[in-house]
Design a protein around this ligand. Structure first.
Ligand code: HEM
Length: 160
């Protein structure tokens, strides 16, 4: 062979490769990791979490009860903290813990008046944000079930 120019990568399909395996969500590998990756990976990773919190904070920005609760003029840093927390919770990068330490979310919410109305408004914006992700029903239910329970656990007063 004298022609040393290799074919362009896209010129020839690789010789008979088996079709990509579908992730089996219930099977676990030796390390205990889910064979199909973390929930973070299954739903689509960083762009999906970025969209979730961005749409959510668009709702918060226009909410007359929630908006005044956020101490900073710019909601960007709060959006980033929630994104990092959720990414870490669902098996993505551990940046939240590196920057903020243990979440202690209930404690961190004590300075704010999280009553049932605030909770329901928070959940309303979050429901809209989850809808915008158009996740398959099982993933939607998994994510939503967690957010709903977490929001109920965050209530720290019943005063209006
Ligand atoms: C139930 C209604 C809720 C209200 C009204 C609320 C409100 C707030 C406010 C005002 C802050 C401070 C903004 C900031 O500096 O980051 C905050 C922080 C935060 N919230 Fe919530 N929150 C609620 C529920 C939740 C839930 C359910 C989660 C988790 C699933 C959550 C996760 C966080 C996180 C990770 C932070 C940043 C904590 C830090 O590292 O300082 N929040 N929240």
């Amino acid at each position: 062979m004298t022609d040393e120019t290799p074919p362009a990568p896209e010129a020839q399909p690789p010789a008979a490769q088996p079709p990509a395996a579908q992730p089996l969500m219930l099977r676990r590998s030796e390390g205990g990791e889910q064979a199909g990756g973390s929930f973070y990976e299954q739903v689509g990773g960083a762009p999906v979490f970025a969209k979730l919190v961005h749409v959510f904070y668009e709702g918060v920005a226009g909410d007359e009860v929630l908006r005044p609760m956020y101490p900073e003029a710019d909601l960007g840093p709060a959006e980033e903290r929630l994104r990092m927390f959720l990414e870490q919770y669902w098996g993505g990068p551990g940046t939240y813990g590196e920057q903020r330490g243990h979440p202690r979310l209930r404690m961190r919410h004590l300075p704010f008046k999280v009553n049932p109305e605030a909770r329901d408004r928070w959940l309303g914006h979050m429901r809209h944000a989850v809808d915008e992700l158009h996740l398959p029903p099982l993933q939607d239910a998994t994510l939503w079930g967690y957010l709903e329970r977490a929001a109920h656990a965050m209530v720290n007063t019943f005063e209006a």
